[in-house]
Design a protein around this ligand. Sequence first.
Ligand SMILES: *Cc1c(COP(=O)(O)O)cnc(C)c1O
Length: 398
Amino acid sequence: MPKDNPGAKTRRRQTNLVRGGLNRSHFDEISEAMYLSSSYAYDSAEQAARAFKGEEDHYLYSRYGNPTVTMFEDRLGVMEGASICQSTASGMGAMFASLACLLKAGDRLVASKALFGSCDYVCTVLMPQYGVEVETVASADLDEWEKALSKPTNAVFLESPSNPMMQILDIAAIADMAHKAGARLIVDNVFATPLFQKPLDLGADIVMYSTTKHIDGQGRTLGGAILTNDESYYQDHLRMFIRHTGPTLSPFNAWVLTKSLETMDLRIRQQAENAAQIAKALNELPEITKVVFPGLDSHPQYDLVQKQMSGPGTMVVFELDGDQARTFRFMNALEVIDISNNLGDAKSMVTHPTTTTHQRMKPEERAALGINENTVRLSVGLEDPLDLIEDIEQALKA
Ligand SMILES: *Cc1c(COP(=O)(O)O)cnc(C)c1O
């Protein structure tokens, strides 16, 4: 739980990304200390008793909290404008905890259908096993959301832009509908990144990240985070769930992620610029039949992108003039860009959603989301964009 960060509200974003949460030891180190400790010593039995009663601030056990993990949570919390930041061992740890801490048998969940594969599994397979009634909405059409939210509901889960087809959902409008139905709105903000979309400002109650993606940004660690200003969500639900089920972020990963935040703004901004340049170049290539990128005015929801995002993100999706075999030949011929299902990395990578991230879906479900056998998802990194464009051009000739 973030402590009060003196000055954090008045200082600017980049300063907070470098210094937020800084908590120096008596050695006065410049770089944040890494406390690889699972447990903590007390001066006396009386102090241990006071700490367990909550009468004295003292770390108890690293499943509950750790100084290095706290630094990361404080820094990310300031960045997001959230008074509460709870880190987790992975993005899925965050996603599952955000719902599982809240919902019980008989409750109702409305979820977007255009979700990251594992999030779809949690919503449509696990939650029903626990007796939660689940309704999914495939469309961005607000009438469909209005219909789904015409009954009392406990939680709404959505992702915008969605993986991989960049469906944009109107977060402010859906937040209003969710609140009228009695639900809390949880937004998976991974594709938008913490830089380009502020779900809490748009009316969402909870935002979650896979910090594995842009926040690490260099492909080293798994991690996740849940951020909110909703005290009762944290105190009555999330806090005890995390403490007693153990999806805790390791201090080593927290340290890597803390240092990553220092360069996050610079990295994501440059990656987004590279992505915009590549999306424009792809649009000109005759072998590419479709490009989806929130920064192109050809995006079907470009107006909504302008309204709720301050930048386009780093992901570009496109279709080739051919079948799956042609698409695989293209991917196999890439010399700079890697084939990998991760994203947000400094290294650019492509994936074929139909046979990887979305292979679990039925073909008709994929078709409804616009994912075809010639669809390629590109995560744009920090290489020189001209080299990336040349790599794509040479691979198209394969
Ligand atoms: C990667 C990802 C997740 C899951 O995060 P992990 O860190 O892999 O567990 C959830 N949502 C989205 C949109 C993602 O891209």
